[in-house]
Design a protein around this ligand. Structure first.
Ligand SMILES: [Zn+2]
Length: 397
């Protein structure tokens, strides 16, 4: 049959967290995984193209749970995006999609678009006229007037307005609702620690999204805001800088995911004011960095579900550097395998695409990457990926 091939010789990390598979082959047919197992037990006698990948390691394409595909990771991305034509913003988005794909990200979740251009871009991929990872789009972020990300968001005030704002995103085709429970690093004059949308407001957004069968994510950095979001039933906490034991308990009880985005402050501090990052963003990042890592460690040790996300598009958080997040998570608290699972199986579960994506198992979509080394031994090999397959098609070699 056409579009069928058998890969042999490679080690396989299937993304489930199980031990690495050796002496097995993987058969791909029509973009799906047809078989993983011993070659001699693969019953098909017919001619099939064989790819010998001896010495390589294969794993699922990475899933990045927190991306801003329209944003350029320069010092002040908001300023640029809100001051240019929509056509140019979309062209940048197309360019950024390629960067994610070629660096091994085959699925992602956008966490804040602009003028619904994110939704247009997502549809263009599904229709097949733009190349890139599949992704979930959130439309405009739901934020209070003057709240974090207001430049690109839908400003809301009071429960009725939140309901209306949330319904507007769903009407426009959003797959997930993103809300702002606290201030953040990038918006001038707002504090990462301060609560923003109220518990009642968040609850309404969650209710509207869940009614429509969609998930919710909250930008949440300060303790009170995180608690509000978790209690309101949010599906994932983004950043989670100031967690405490009580919140970690609550997250475990409610099954709330954490998307740490450790690379976001990391790259802001690495590059600094000299690179054009606003002073307020650099100073706030420096203040929160150690709490951020500490919260991540505590959550991980307690068993909170952690999905990989980078916040790509924020200053110097490049669209082809998702692997850095795995590297930082592994340095801080995870084994290399745990970091990989957070970027494959766990992220697919958070996105709700685990029936088709996230792991290499029979019947799933053949989105996978080929590595020169075994990432369990050297996670840096993810920074320089050899090949990327999307839907069983080689898209980077
Ligand atoms: Zn973000």
């Amino acid at each position: 049959m056409d579009n069928e091939f058998l890969i042999k010789g490679a080690k396989i990390i299937d993304g489930t967290g199980k031990d690495i598979l050796e002496d097995v082959c993987m058969v791909v047919e029509e973009g799906k995984i047809k078989y993983i197992g011993k070659e001699k037990e693969f019953g098909d006698a017919k001619e099939i193209e064989v790819l010998d990948m001896t010495g390589k390691t294969i794993m699922p394409g990475m899933i990045n749970s927190h991306v801003h595909i329209l944003m350029e990771p320069i010092g002040d991305p908001f300023g640029l995006m809100t001051g240019e034509s929509e056509a140019k913003t979309v062209i940048r988005g197309i360019n950024n999609l390629k960067k994610h794909l070629k660096s091994g990200v085959t699925y992602f979740r956008d966490m804040g678009g602009y003028h619904f251009l994110d939704i247009e871009l997502k549809n263009a991929i599904e229709e097949g006229f733009v190349e890139g990872p599949n992704f979930l789009a959130s439309g405009k972020v739901i934020t209070m007037t003057g709240g974090h990300g207001w430049q690109m968001g839908r400003e809301v005030n009071g429960a009725d307005d939140v309901r209306k704002g949330t319904r507007e995103q769903l009407k426009a085709g959003a797959d997930v609702i993103k809300i702002m429970a606290t201030g953040g690093v990038m918006t001038k004059g707002v504090e990462p620690g301060s609560p923003q949308l109220t518990f009642e407001e968040i609850k309404v957004a969650v209710e509207e999204a869940h009614k429509a069968g969609k998930k919710t994510a909250s930008h949440a950095q300060g303790t009170q805001g995180i608690k509000n979001a978790v209690l309101a039933g949010i599906d994932s906490i983004e950043h989670g800088i100031f967690l405490n034991d009580e919140i970690i308990e609550l997250m475990l009880k409610k099954g709330t995911y954490l998307v740490p985005t450790l690379v976001a402050p990391h790259f802001i501090i690495e590059n600094g004011v000299e690179a054009g990052i606003p002073v307020h963003a650099v100073e706030k990042s420096k203040r929160v960095m150690s709490s951020h890592f500490e919260s991540f460690r505590k959550a991980k040790e307690a068993g909170v579900k952690i999905a990989m996300g980078t916040d790509a598009g924020t200053p110097f958080n490049l669209h082809d550097k998702s692997a850095w997040e795995l590297k930082l998570m592994a340095e801080a608290a995870m084994t290399n395998m745990e970091a990989i699972v957070s970027a494959t199986k766990t992220a697919s579960e958070l996105l709700g695409v685990d029936k088709t994506h996230g792991t290499l198992e029979t019947g799933k979509v053949a989105d996978f990457i080929v590595l020169n080394e075994n990432p369990i031994e050297n996670i840096d090999t993810l920074l320089d990926i050899s090949e990327v397959y999307k839907n069983g098609v080689l898209v980077k070699s």
